[in-house]
Design a protein around this ligand. Sequence first.
Ligand code: NAD
Length: 490
Amino acid sequence: MDNKPKELRLILLLFGGTGDLAKRKLYPSLFNLFKKGYLQEHFAVIGTARKDLDDDKFQELVRESIANNGDEGQVKSFAAHFHYTHHDVTDLKDYSKLKDLLNKYNEEYDAQGNRIFYMSVAPRFFGQIAEAIKSEGLMSDDGYNRLMVEKPFGTSYETAEKLQKQLESGFSDNQIFRIDHYLGKEMVQNIPAIRFGNPLIDATWNKDYIKNIQVTLAEKLGVEERAGYYNTAGALLDMIQNHTFQIVGWLAMEKPASFSDKDIRAAKNAAFSKLKIYDEEGVKNNFVRGQYGKGREVWQKAYTEEPDVPSDSKNDTYVAGRLQFDTDRWQGVPFYVRTGKRLSEKQTRVDIVYKKSAFDFGEFNQDKLEEPVLSILIDPVGRIEFSLNGKDVTTEFQTRSDLLSWQVSDKDKELTPDPYERMFHDAMNGDGSNFADWTGVSISWKFVDQIAKTWDEDKAPLETYESATMGPVAADRLLAETGDRWIYRG
Ligand code: NAD
C-alpha cells in the first residue's frame, strides 16, 4: 500500500495568531505536517489578532516559533504561506476584510474552497466569532468549512449549551472540532487498539470479568502561576469535566459498528447517555474533594498560602469519584476517577482491574491469587503492564502475580506526533474520532454541575492532604467501601 501522504488543500483562518498557543503548539505542529508532505503548495494560513503586524513581521514570528525544528530552507518556504491582518473579533465590520482575504488566497493557492476556522482566542469570543463567520459570509460554497474550537467549552451546562447554539448557527456538529488534547495523545489512542484489536481483551471487557476501572490524572506541580484562573475552576472543571471524561468515553463505550468517527461517537454517546447523574446525596456518597496542605519540604506551601490564592479559598485541587453506567456491559462496575495537583508523581494512567479467579488451587494457595490488572500508562511514559497470576517457584503448588510490561521505545517516542499535529491532521481530513462530541460534553457538564453545586454550597467536606502524597485518605475510603483499592499509589 502507498503510504505517501496525500497533499491537503486548504486555507486556515487563525483567530489569535500572535498568542501563546499559536506560537508554542500550532505553528510547530503545522510545520511537522509540512515536513511530512501533508501540506505542500496549496495551503495558506491567515493569522489575525489585535496587534498591528504586516506579513513580513508575522512570518518572522512563525519562523522564530519553529526555528529549531528544521533547516533554514524548509522554515523559510513554510513561513511564506503565512499572511496576517489586524482584526478585532468583536467588531462585526472588521470581518469583511477576512472574507476578501479568504477569497484572494483561495484563488492564489488553489485551495479548492476548503476552509478551517481555528479559534485560538479567549473562550468568551468563541460564540461571537462562529456567528460572525456565518453572518458575514466567510464560509465557502464549494469546499468544506470546519471550525476548530479551543477549550474550555463553557463553564457549566448552561454556558456550554449557549455556546453550542451559537456554533450551531453556522456549523453542524460534524463540522465542529472541539479540542481536547488528551484525545490526541498516543497512548489514549492506544486504548481502542488494545481493546478492539485483541479478542481476549475485547471479549472480557464487561461486568463478568472486570471488577472496576480506574483513571488517574496526577500532577506533581502545584498551582504555579495559574492561580487566578485555577481558583475559579478547580480540579473538577480543569481536569474531570473534559480530559477525564474523554478518556472514560473510550473505556466505557459500546463496541462501535465500525471505526468511523460517526460510529465511534454513537458508541461513546450510547454509554454517556447511561451515566448515572447524582443528586446531592449521590455527590456526597460518590465524590471526594480535596485541597493540598503543606508538604515536608519548605517550598511545598499549602494551596491557601500560594500567591494570588485567597487564604480562605475552598477550591478543589483534588477530586476523586465513582462513575456508574447503567448499561448491560457495566452494571455494578465502578469507574473510579481521580486527579489532583501536588501529588507524589506526575502520572496519567488507566488501570483495568479484573475479577479474581474463583478456582481453588488447594491448601497451599489460600489467598495467593491476585486480581489481574491491565494498566495503560499514558504520561509521562507510555507503557502497557499486565499483572497475571502464574506459578511461584516452590515445591508446593502456589501462585504468584508477575508483571508483563511493554514500553514505548525511544524511537517510537521520537516519531510520536504532538497531539496538536494529529488534531490538525484529523480535522483537515474531516475525521472527528478524536474530538469531543456535543452529546458527551453536554452530559459531562450535567454530571459535573451537580458536584459543583453541592461543593459551592459547602455541603460536602473539603479534605486536606499533605503535598507530595496521593491525596486525602477519604479517597482511599471511597474505594474501600466496596472492597476496592487504588492500584497506583504514587
Ligand atoms: P493568548 O492570550 O496568548 O493569545 C490570545 C490571542 O487572542 C492573541 O493573539 C490576541 O491578540 C488575540 N486577541 C485577544 N483579543 C482579541 C480581539 N478582541 N480580537 C482579535 N484578537 C484578539 O492566549 P493563548 O494562551 O494562546 O490561548 C488561546 C486559546 O487556547 C484560549 O481559548 C485558551 O483557553 C486555549 N488554550 C491555550 C493553551 C496554552 O497552552 N496556551 C492550552 C489549552 C488551551
